[in-house]
Every structure is written in structure tokens, then in C-alpha cells.
Design a protein. Structure first.
Length: 79
């Protein structure tokens, strides 16, 4: 068993939260610890294939063509 020292007002707040869940303080803290562990231990979904519905990405040639088109008149100054 582990003893945790808390100020009385914080202990009362925790007891009230446990009672609102219909649990005793020890049972509620155990439930809270299990829930916290579940959230951190669940596997993350991979981002692989996230954009697959949009088809294959542009080729390097298409990217270069688009870049040239976008920057075509960038340095032109007509005064």
C-alpha cells in the first residue's frame, strides 16, 4: 500500500468525485489509474495510407513544372 499525503480540501474533493461515480476513494483511484493506462497504452493509428483516397502524389517533374508556373512572373518589375 502507498500513502499519499494531500491537503484536506483536496482529499475532500477527490472523495466527492469518487462518490459522484458511485465508488469509494480507493476504488475510484484504481479505476482512474486503469483508464489512464488504457489511454497511453493503446496503439496509435498509422498515418500510412491516410491520403490514399486522393491517388498517387505528383511526380517530381509535375512539381517542377508547377513551381516554374507559379514563379514565372515573380521577379518581373514593370515600372
Amino acid at each position: 500500500m502507498t500513502v499519499i499525503e494531500l491537503p484536506d480540501d483536496q482529499a475532500a474533493l477527490l472523495k466527492a468525485k469518487a462518490a459522484a461515480q458511485g465508488l469509494g476513494l480507493v476504488a475510484w483511484l484504481g479505476w482512474l489509474a486503469r483508464e489512464e493506462t488504457k489511454q497511453h497504452s493503446s496503439p496509435k493509428k498509422s498515418a500510412y495510407g491516410l491520403l490514399a483516397k486522393y491517388g498517387p502524389g505528383p511526380s517530381a517533374e509535375e512539381i517542377d513544372d508547377n513551381r516554374r508556373e507559379m514563379l514565372r512572373g515573380f521577379a518581373d518589375y514593370s515600372e
